[in-house]
Design a protein around this ligand. Structure first.
Ligand SMILES: Cc1cc2nc3c(=O)[nH]c(=O)nc-3n(C[C@H](O)[C@H](O)[C@H](O)COP(=O)(O)OP(=O)(O)OC[C@H]3O[C@@H](n4cnc5c(N)ncnc54)[C@H](O)[C@@H]3O)c2cc1C
Length: 413
């Protein structure tokens, strides 16, 4: 016997759940909504945690998706600091950390992702080793970095690059250590990555590429990191950006299909009818890409949260949005990316890196697989169109390259 019943149970207090709640109300859902999140805060945006918030430029409240009063005003019951412990898809019940059992009509899994912790390495438990996912993590990094002196940042993806840029802005000396030779090259390739690499170096960040972390050195507190090649980098603090993995435990235990994320169809509905997933945890059948995707981007969590709400209200359209990503390296460089490209065989540059304003087309078999923009946001709409249409642009590469060409004419026969 359930302790209580709700029409909509939204699990996870992040972007996906918050936007699902607001879309439900905006679209006229009148039933009861319960949003349950593990963290102590109202749902907030994570991108500022490595940018403005980390640099102390904005207050905590400015990261909130909706102000605290929004939930009361919109009759959304918000339970913070509460985990959902188990899910029974057949009985349509969930057990909360409070021991309460909730019966639901429809549910959202917006449980996000967890950072990969390098606990297998020697010295992994030393003080001064940080990961970044929450407001609390960002606070701790900012406070400690102020007095630390030299910070080692492990990882060359966007978290490592953004943290290095923000801490350098705060006057902290940073060394980045990473497996790849060039920052951001895993997603964008070596040539475009080199642009960001040089931006970081030009602001005094030391970048040590091609090195695998072996261990952390210190007694109680970390005082250096050691790489597999034997190189030792002294530091008073370490920040690690080694990727994330989807938080699927609840779904798995509840008997839902899980692959790399909660397995959903093109509508974002899981293997259990009426239970949807959105955001970092959602592995969905992309009708645009013709393959399964799981995307860890702010905009995707937002859009999928909204789409799942529409699905709960009976819409059956597939989720059809080209994934969009942005990143800022302090105010030195901003990038935007639509994709993702699984692979590419040619890069076409529209503009040059020296001008600090360019778009890189990622072509695969003559079709647009992705586009990376620095200062050319105006081209992204056409990039989305070309990616979605799958048009053959092989014979129109000059137009893609020419900064003065009208992209609307490309790909339309
Ligand atoms: C520092 C940082 C910077 C970023 N910058 C960018 C950027 O510049 N651009 C970009 O596109 N993306 C960026 N991202 C990624 C983006 O923030 C994420 O893709 C987005 O937050 C995903 O939202 P979500 O709602 O799916 O998951 P999350 O934001 O992870 O929220 C999930 C929530 O569910 C909670 N939860 C999990 N399990 C349970 C449970 N059983 N019961 C209750 N609650 C549970 C978690 O504690 C968490 O609070 C950044 C991420 C980080 C960490």
């Amino acid at each position: 016997m359930a302790d209580r019943e709700v029409d909509y149970l939204l699990i996870g207090g992040g972007m996906a759940a918050a936007h699902c709640a607001s879309t439900l109300r905006r679209r006229g859902a009148d039933g009861s909504i319960l949003l349950v999140g593990r963290e102590p805060h109202v749902p907030y945006e994570r991108p500022p945690l490595s940018k403005e918030y980390l640099r102390g430029e904005i207050a905590e409240q400015e990261t909130y998706v909706n102000g605290g009063e929004w939930y009361d005003e919109n009759r959304v019951e918000l339970l913070t600091e509460t985990s959902v412990m188990s899910l029974d898809a057949g009985e349509r019940t969930a057990k909360l950390q409070t021991r309460e059992q909730v019966r639901f009509g429809k549910a959202l899994l917006g449980t996000g992702a967890r950072v990969n912790i390098l606990h297998h390495l020697e010295g992994a438990r030393l003080d001064g080793i940080h990961y970044l996912r929450t407001l609390g993590n960002s606070d701790a990094i900012r406070e400690e970095a102020k007095v630390a002196g030299h910070v080692a940042i492990v990882g060359g993806s966007y978290i490592g690059s953004e943290v290095a840029a923000s801490l350098t802005r705060l006057g902290v000396e940073c060394t980045m250590v990473m497996l790849e030779e060039i920052v951001l090259s895993r997603t964008f390739g070596a040539e475009p990555g080199r642009y960001f690499h040089e931006v970081l170096e030009s602001h005094g960040i030391e970048i040590v590429g091609g090195e695998e972390l072996d261990s952390f050195v210190g007694d109680e507190r970390v005082r250096a990191i050691r790489t597999k090649s034997g190189r030792e980098i002294e530091c008073a603090m370490v920040v690690i950006g080694a990727g994330v993995h989807p938080e699927t435990m609840l779904a798995e235990r509840g008997g839902l299909a899980v692959d790399n994320g909660v397995t959903c169809d093109a509508k974002l509905e899981s293997s259990a009818e009426g239970i949807f997933a959105a955001g970092d945890v959602c592995s969905y059948e992309s009708v645009i890409h013709g393959r399964r995707l799981r995307i860890e981007h702010w905009d995707v969590a937002l859009q999928q949260g909204q789409h799942a709400a529409k699905g709960m209200l009976g819409e059956t359209k597939p989720y059809r949005v080209v994934p969009y990503f942005f990143s800022d390296l302090s105010d030195w460089a901003s990038l935007e990316y639509v994709g993702p490209a699984e692979k590419w065989d040619e890069l076409v540059w529209r503009g040059t890196p020296d001008s600090g304003k360019f778009l890189v087309w990622y072509l695969d078999g003559g079709r647009v697989a992705a586009a990376l923009s620095v200062g050319r946001s105006e081209d992204l709409e056409q990039a989305r169109r070309l990616l979605e249409s799958g048009a053959d642009v092989m014979t129109q590469k000059d137009a893609l390259r020419d900064v003065d060409s009208d992209l609307e004419a490309v790909g339309s026969s």
